[in-house]
Design a protein around this ligand. Structure first.
Ligand code: C5P
Length: 238
């Protein structure tokens, strides 16, 4: 089987719940995402543990600070052995550049493959009035495109985006640019609080590289079975 594009969001409150769930999955079947809730509760030890079990780990901490601080945070994440990490593109070109150089240098020093460095463009919780409130007069779509171009120009590997935005970004940035898309719901699954959802098959067809999927897998009665069903359906489509 080729590498699965599925990244399962470990949205759990503590280490025990996260490890209990992760032990149901095989590292060959998916990558795992640790975000702010779980990292703040369980810390880097959990990251090391899951990396040691062979999982590709996406550290979703969305760093946003002065260039030196973000660069050092990215160095720390590189030392943890993560496969992917992200930073806010709105931190500016100098911050993106510093992060990129830090990740490249640190992985070279360690003799390890360079983790993927992904930009967060516009949070999907922000609409045009919310952007205007923080002094950004652009539409969310125009701002996403502007920030994605900034990420590409500073050597980042890709961006987080909605599957709806994927097709356009794929056209602009070519096949090597990673598009990491949340808001994925298999046909028939509950949408919960996600407003605009796409099926895994449609998101990949629209140009997504990786699919972040949380509750449809974490809340499933048989998480490994649901993941297997999604992977199989994507393989059949390839
Ligand atoms: O459970 P669900 O599939 O909705 O989880 C999606 C994951 O992707 C969550 O960890 C959520 O925080 C994250 N995410 C998102 N929308 C974004 C960025 C991240 O849903 N725009």
């Amino acid at each position: 089987m080729s590498e699965s594009p599925v990244i399962v969001a470990l949205d759990f409150p503590d280490r025990e719940a996260a490890m209990n769930f992760a032990s149901k999955l095989r590292p060959q079947s998916c990558a795992l995402k640790i975000g702010n809730e779980l990292f703040t509760a369980a810390g880097p030890e959990l990251v090391r543990e899951l990396v040691a079990r062979g999982f590709r780990l996406f550290l979703d901490l969305k760093f946003h600070d002065i260039p030196n601080t973000v660069a050092q945070a990215c160095r720390s994440a590189t030392r943890l052995g993560v496969w992917m990490m992200n930073i806010h593109a709105s931190g500016g070109g100098a911050m993106l550049q510093a992060a990129h150089s830090a990740v490249a240098e640190e992985s070279q020093r360690l003799g390890r493959p360079r983790p993927l460095l992904i930009g967060v463009t516009v949070l999907t919780s922000l609409d045009a009035p919310a952007l205007a409130e923080v002094g950004v007069p652009a539409t969310p779509q125009a701002q996403v495109e502007r920030l994605a171009a900034l990420c590409a120009s500073r050597g980042l590997d890709g961006v987080v985006c909605s599957a709806q935005e994927a097709m356009r970004l794929r056209d602009t940035h070519g096949s090597a640019f990673c598009l990491v898309t949340p808001g994925i719901r298999p046909a028939g699954a509950e949408t919960q609080d996600q407003k605009r959802v796409m099926t895994p098959e449609a998101a990949i067809a629209a140009g997504a590289t990786y699919l972040v999927i949380g509750r449809p897998i974490t809340h499933a009665a048989d998480p490994a079975g649901e993941l297997q069903r999604i992977n199989q359906s994507l393989e059949d489509q390839a």
